[in-house]
Design a protein around this ligand. Structure first.
Ligand SMILES: [Zn+2]
Ligand SMILES: [Zn+2]
Length: 337
């Protein structure tokens, strides 16, 4: 085995560098993964553009990592060398904060964030905490599995925690998150409405399984939802607080606006539809490793796949810019060949 590996690190904010690094030995409770694919996610901007406080550089971004375990650290008993695994945004909870002590490990206040607080998957190898691993089903290609361990679980978990079979659910945005959300909603037995910006996404939304399509540029999306009887749940994926807030009146009584896309602007909440209808706005953040495994298994069971473009690791900067420019159809995945 070579003693070095290639990695793309952010050497200082905004600067991508392809470097050779020395192979690292996994510590206690860790594994080293030979990376096969890594998705490029909007949250990579946290590292690339120094959006989080106290980041240290150089740092390898990437938190949609799929690869095979090639070495186990001491004390790792639940995993074997050769298994194909995935690591998402949450790289491991601290098990000691109040959220962890209450069982809410996905909301750990001191969590390891893959590619942000530790080196991630824009690299041929990566060190990961064994407790953060999800097993990848054989039926999934590594490139297809990559977006599912972040964008996939984000939409899957938000939907299954907020909706029941037969509910009317609207997915706002048919992009990186939304194109998975529409598929999951349909496959979960939900009456599925896709909300897009323009007529061009209608055909795609129907292909992904949407029963109805609303063009938010051509009509008031909340009023259009009410014409369909109102939504029990709206899954907001588009990065616009103003657009998300305007959907609130489209909910039924007691309906929930579930927000998974972080926007730069605040979400304006009008108290009238909020109170006169007992509606609520809730946030949802990815999930635990075992729930990532649920997402992957459900995707195999019901034939949900992301739509991806692949680029080699050396083109990580191009891949990142394509995604940030909104040009990816719909997720970009780096491969290590
Ligand atoms: Zn992500
Ligand atoms: Zn914690």
């Amino acid at each position: 085995m070579a003693s070095t590996y290639r990695a793309v690190e952010i050497s200082s904010p905004g600067v991508f560098s392809l470097v050779q690094r020395k192979l690292a030995v996994p510590g206690a409770g860790q594994v080293r993964i030979r990376v096969e694919a890594c998705g490029v996610c909007h949250s990579d901007a946290a590292t690339v553009e120094a959006q989080f406080p106290n980041l240290s550089y150089p740092r390898v971004p990437g938190h949609e990592v799929i690869g095979r375990i090639e070495e186990l650290g001491t004390g790792v008993t639940a995993w074997k060398v050769g298994q194909r695994v995935g690591v998402g945004f949450f790289g491991g909870e601290d098990r000691t904060c109040e959220a962890c002590r209450r069982g809410e490990t996905a909301y750990c206040q001191n969590a390891i964030m893959t590619g942000i607080t530790t080196d991630g998957g824009y690299a041929e190898t990566m060190i990961a905490e064994a407790r953060a691993l999800a097993l990848i089903p054989d039926e999934l290609k590594s490139e297809d599995a990559a977006p599912l361990v972040c964008a996939g679980i984000t939409t899957f978990n938000a939907l299954r925690n907020a909706a029941r079979a037969g509910d009317t659910v609207a997915i706002q945005g048919v992009g990186g998150l939304g194109h998975l959300g529409v598929q999951f909603a349909r496959k979960m037995g939900l009456r599925t409405v896709a909300i897009g910006g323009g007529p061009d996404k209608e055909h795609l939304a129907q292909k992904l399984g949407a029963h109805f399509y609303i063009d938010a540029k051509a009509q008031d999306a909340a009023a259009a939802l009410q014409k369909l009887g109102g939504a029990d749940v709206i899954l907001a994926t588009a990065p616009s607080g103003a657009a998300i807030g305007s959907l609130l009146p489209g909910l039924k009584t007691r309906g929930k606006l579930a927000v998974v896309g972080v926007s730069g602007d605040a979400i304006p909440v009008n108290g009238v539809p909020l109170i006169f209808g007992g509606r609520s706005v809730v946030g949802s953040l990815t999930g635990r490793a075992i729930e990532t495994q649920d997402t992957l298994d459900f995707s195999v069971l019901t034939d949900v796949r992301p739509m991806i473009e692949t680029l080699p690791l050396a083109k990580a900067e191009e891949a990142y810019k394509r995604m940030m420019g909104g040009n990816a159809r719909f997720r970009v995945v780096l491969t290590m060949t």
